[in-house]
Design a protein around this ligand. Structure first.
Ligand code: GDP
Ligand code: IMO
Ligand code: MG
Length: 422
């Protein structure tokens, strides 16, 4: 049985915190897409941990953590992450398993990402510069390298062939790559070798065996639904399928194995990188949310753009993934505001086509509804009924609008700051 947990906005909803919180109910946590563009923060007993490629169940003793075939791996970054996580006390060697089919991010992929962004100028995606798009391009272009290929005596030749193609692209971009490539190459091969010391598995068989033994699996999404390659605000998206369907492809699972889909959203919105953001607050209030919510990227440190909750976009994401239950994050950040806004619709959009995100260049004007705020510090509350009435009314309104129950409310970064509704 597999449950899916994913972000419903533009990423950074708090997936890491919630995956860690839910892990005690699961035997396996599996990442199915994305790579080190993700930054998933967990806070345990006041200590913050950021995971990029390792699934967020890693701090739990009996949890099997699987990096699925749909994930792209930068060996240098994964090695550093593993070492950091071991130093933080997790037995990564025993708990981590890597799909042999996961594609490798080459040093040249990282540089190609930089070259492509530079060439795009004003139109740049604002990528994390982790080489995500070039790696997925090589995957679909059938010239990528997979981590399992490192077992082959042909590995260096495969690498050389891929690099040859990349060099022709650097020449096209007139991008200086030699120095950085030379700096990274040997470290990369050493890291590939280091990762061979970890459990590398045929993950589709591995996972199916666990499922047939009755084990419970949590598929942990990265990024967010509005960054999905097909349904996000293309081209300002990432290069993988971030919606629930991505879990099937990214883990080798048939749809019948998917049980419950849980979607995470912040009580407001954030976005890192370029692209449309209808409810953006490009003003003092936006800066207030950024500071109070500590909205600075876990991976790149970039300031996140902030804005009001966007219900048409949220409902679109709920539809795409068939979300059964919602989790509302970071409502504590809104404490102390007199009024809270949420976009209910966009001007001129019909009911059955609420969300014109797929049309590049379309600008939409949100129509807002205002809610009375609450002044109490809700981050110390642990029971739903103790939450201020104005906040509970706000939650009930969101549930009625989305037609999906909100099962968990997060009111702070720590594991403990989580209210589970009965
Ligand atoms: P992810 O990528 O979806 O895992 O989210 P990130 O970790 O990138 O960003 C979420 C940020 O919000 C992290 O710094 C978390 O520690 C923090 N966070 C998570 N939940 C809450 C919450 O309910 N309230 C507050 N104030 N911070 C939270
Ligand atoms: P988590 O899992 C927020 C954004 C980038 C950029 C676009 C494409 O922590 O929620 P990429 O490097 O993927 O080619 O960048 O996607 N992006 C994220 N934004 N959270 C993330 O991950 C993101 N991963 C990518 O900022 O706009
Ligand atoms: Mg993040």
């Amino acid at each position: 049985m597999v449950d899916v947990l994913l972000g419903l906005q533009w990423g950074d909803e708090g997936k890491g915190k919630i995956a860690d919180f839910l892990t005690p109910s699961y035997d396996v946590v599996a990442r199915f897409q994305g790579g080190p563009n993700a930054g998933h923060s967990l806070e345990i007993n006041g200590k913050k941990h950021v995971l990029n490629t390792i699934p967020s169940g890693i701090f739990h003793e009996n949890c099997i953590n699987l990096i699925g075939n749909g994930v792209v791996i930068d060996p240098i970054l994964l090695r550093a992450e593993i070492e950091k996580t071991i130093a933080a006390g997790a037995d990564v060697r025993a708990r981590l398993h890597i799909s042999k089919k996961a594609h490798l991010i080459l040093p040249s992929h990282r540089l190609l990402d930089a070259a492509s962004e530079k060439a795009k100028g004003e139109q740049k995606i604002g990528s994390t510069l982790r080489g995500i798009s070039p790696t997925y391009q090589d995957k679909t272009g059938r010239s990528g390298l997979r981590i399992g290929d490192a077992d082959s005596p042909e590995f260096k030749n495969l690498y050389a062939r891929a690099l040859e193609k990349h060099i022709s692209v650097f020449r096209y971009y007139e991008f200086p790559y030699e120095e950085e490539l030379a700096r990274l190459e040997s470290e990369w091969f050493e890291a590939v070798e280091y990762l061979r010391g970890f459990s590398q598995v045929n993950s589709e068989f591995f996972l199916h065996r666990l499922i047939s033994e009755g084990k419970k699996v949590l598929a942990e999404g990265a990024q967010g639904s509005l960054l999905d390659l097909d349904f996000g605000s293309y081209p300002y998206v990432t290069s993988s399928s971030t919606i629930s369907g991505g879990a099937c492809v990214g883990l080798g699972l048939a749809p019948k194995h998917i049980n419950k889909v849980t979607g995470i959203f912040k009580a407001y919105c954030t976005r890192v990188g370029s692209g449309p953001f209808p409810t953006e607050l490009d003003d003092e209030l936006g800066q207030y949310l950024r500071d109070k919510g500590n909205e600075y990227g876990a991976t790149t440190g970039r300031p996140r753009r902030t804005g009001w909750l966007d219900l048409p976009a949220l409902k679109y994401a709920i539809m795409l993934s068939g979300v059964d239950e919602l989790i509302m994050m970071k409502a504590d950040v809104l404490s102390g505001m007199d009024t809270i806004n949420a976009a209910l619709s966009y001007e001129g959009c019909t009911d059955d086509e609420q969300c014109p995100f797929n049309i590049q260049g379309t600008t939409v004007t949100p129509i807002y509804k205002s809610f009375p705020g609450w002044q109490e510090d809700i981050s110390v509350i642990r029971e739903y009924h103790q939450l201020p009435e104005t906040f509970r009314n706000y939650i009930q309104f969101m549930e009625a609008e989305c037609q999906v129950p909100i099962g968990i409310i997060s009111i702070g970064p720590d594991r403990e700051q989580t209210i589970q509704r009965k």
